[in-house]
Write a protein that binds this ligand. Structure first.
Ligand code: AP5
Length: 222
């Protein structure tokens, strides 16, 4: 089964994907993680990705689609996949559809996270990430025990390049521009469920699990 989780930046896609991985048997592919790994490489590709990523712009489809389809193909083929942050445009959705069709598959469910703009902006401004293990904190809603240090390994917490105010505004503007058409692409297939993400992470996860169970995906026992 292939599931897409989408929503504005800061709606909690990554947070939910991490929770869902613990509850369901699925592989989490986050386009942000895939692109951050590419961005870190000292190559032509890395420099190209960095240019768009750091400005809060979408990385060109030719690069993003290739990297994500490669990541999907690296899975065993029998696993359920949770796609987080991809697709973000109709062109990406069409490319995904073609790639899945080659494997006689399709997208089975789309979870749309909805939260007010003020909420997502405040969450992004407060997000901090561990340099060592990548654990995600929030100075307002999920502070670490010791300021600036990861609870798990003591690693330094940093703020993402694209969580600066100008980049946040740009990313949200792009989301507003692309989201309506992307949702319409999937809504006409009858596979979109909207979940209120302006609640505690656990409440949101419970709702998503109920949606997925309702669609017949086996849910692992905790
Ligand atoms: P990406 O890494 O995908 O970032 P994003 O979509 O901008 O999403 P975020 O990671 O900002 O938000 P999220 O919804 O995952 O929130 P999170 O759970 O962390 O993409 C980064 C960049 O890569 C893009 O700008 C672009 O350049 C490029 N890119 C990626 N995909 C692409 C694509 N398909 N095409 C082209 N380019 C692409 O939560 C945020 C904060 O809120 C955290 O601190 C968290 O603790 C807190 N929080 C979460 N949920 C709750 C809750 N329920 N209550 C309270 N606090 C919460």
């Amino acid at each position: 089964m292939n599931i897409i989780i989408l929503g504005p930046q800061g709606s909690g896609k990554g947070t939910q994907a991490t929770n869902l991985k613990e509850r369901l048997n699925l592989v989490h592919i986050a386009s942000g993680d895939v692109l951050r790994a590419a961005r870190a490489s000292d190559t032509e590709l890395g420099r190209e990705v960095r240019r768009y990523y750091d400005a809060g712009e979408l990385v060109p489809d030719a690069i993003t689609v290739r990297l994500i389809i490669e990541a999907i193909r690296r899975t065993s083929g029998s696993e359920s996949i949770l796609l987080d942050g991809f697709p973000r445009t109709v062109a990406q959705a069409e490319a995904l559809e073609r790639a899945l069709m080659d494997a006689n598959e399709g997208v089975d469910a789309v979870i749309e996270l909805q939260a007010p703009l003020e909420t997502v902006k405040a969450r992004l401004a407060g997000r901090r990430i561990c340099r060592v293990c990548g654990a995600v904190y929030n100075v307002n809603t999920k502070p670490p025990r010791a300021p600036g240090a990861c609870d798990l390994d003591g690693g330094e917490l940093y703020q993402r390049e694209d969580d600066r105010p100008e980049a946040i505004e740009r990313r949200l503007a792009i989301w507003a521009r692309e989201n309506e058409q992307l949702l319409a692409f999937y809504a006409c297939k009858g596979i979109v469920t909207t979940v209120d993400a302006d609640r505690s992470p656990v409440e949101v996860t419970d709702d998503i699990v109920a949606v997925i169970e309702g669609r017949g995906l086996p849910v692992a026992k905790r």
